[in-house]
Design a protein around this ligand. Structure first.
Ligand code: ATP
Ligand code: MG
Length: 313
């Protein structure tokens, strides 16, 4: 059953088109990943889905209701873990949860029970009296997630929740999210770490410069990737016109890089023929010393599809 349906969303800030015709669906009970590099428009899209800002075009339907006109009702179903930590620095861990629980309308024993449950789930039982400003980055992130769960949302949206988190805390967060999902919570997870989304999400949407790059199950997106391979070979000498000769061949070669006697090709596996490559090199009087075939990663696929890396490193 479709839980979230985003249809043809577009948004501009001044002359900058931040989102262009974005459409996708999330099924009830799914763990869905939204991936894109810095500035792709991920947080803007989340702001539109949660009704914090308005799109110029398109519509958002959550649990069968258009957010236009049903925002208050829909917001009660959503837990949002914002990218920028939304906690009160001078209050303790406990008082932060208490404050947000009151905002959600909890009181009495059920409020206390809920806070205890979240402290335990997030591994923060020993830090209840610490002020937020005294916490490590990972603890702040865990508390930020906990604060979004106080009202038992059926739909949890997390905007890059593991930035600055150590690997152990990250693992703990992932296990918790999987458990939460298995007990029925639909999850939209935003990240620019491909491996995080690979580990967590059933289906993914790749966004770049406000536009769809790829959308589907991991296998579908990987199939897109696996159309390319990287072929590396070593030859006794690299003729000056080798790049031009290889590119002129009808052999699915998309890119040629050469350095000393090493040549690296990006090829479309549906067209590429190794035999044709070898014949071509022989015709150039090159002696082939070795050939390596490398499957390209999702990270590199993104680079090939968009011309940029997911992370600035
Ligand atoms: N309120 C605003 N006014 C003007 N431009 C904005 C505003 N909010 C976002 N933008 C621009 O929109 C683009 C997308 O920003 P957004 O924060 O949605 O990207 P993002 O994918 O979440 O990036 P990051 O990974 O860095 O969080 C950026 O170029 C940003 O500068
Ligand atoms: Mg963002």
């Amino acid at each position: 059953m479709t839980y979230l349906k985003v249809t043809n969303i577009s948004k501009a800030y001044g002359t900058q088109q931040v989102l262009q015709d974005v459409s996708f669906e999330i099924q009830k009970g799914e763990r869905f990943g939204l991936i894109g590099p810095n500035g792709a428009g991920k947080s803007t899209l989340i702001d539109i889905i949660t009704g914090l800002i308005k799109a110029d075009q398109g519509q958002v339907v959550i649990d069968g209701q258009n957010i236009k006109g049903h925002l208050a009702q829909i917001r009660g179903k959503i837990g949002l873990v914002p990218q920028d930590i939304g906690l009160i620095e001078n209050l303790t861990v406990y008082d932060n949860l208490y404050y947000f629980a009151c905002l959600y309308g909890l009181s009495g024993q059920s409020l206390k029970d809920k806070i205890d449950q979240i402290l335990q789930a997030m591994g923060l039982e020993d830090a209840t009296k610490k002020k937020v400003k005294e916490l490590s980055g990972g603890m702040k992130r865990r508390l930020n997630i906990g604060a979004a769960l106080l009202h038992d949302p059926e739909f949890l949206i997390l905007d890059e929740p593991t930035v600055g988190v150590d690997p152990q805390s990250r693992q703990r967060i992932f296990e918790f999210l999987k458990q939460l999902n298995e007990s029925g919570t639909t999850i939209l997870y935003i990240s620019h770490y491909m491996e995080e989304v690979e580990a967590l999400c059933h289906r993914i949407f790749l966004l770049d410069q406000g536009r769809q790059v790829a959308y589907g199950t991991q296998d579908q997106v990987k199939a897109l990737v696996r159309q390319s391979n990287r072929i590396r070979f070593e030859i006794d000498r690299v003729p000056a016109n080798l790049t031009a000769v290889l590119m002129a061949q009808d052999n699915g070669i998309k890119e040629v890089q050469s350095e000393w006697n090493q040549v690296s090709l990006l090829v479309d596996v549906t067209i590429f023929s190794m035999m044709k490559l070898i014949k071509c090199l022989e015709a150039q009087d090159c002696v082939i010393k070795s050939i390596y075939v490398e499957d390209i990663s999702l990270e590199e696929t993104f680079l090939q599809l968009t011309g940029k890396r997911l992370r600035d490193e």
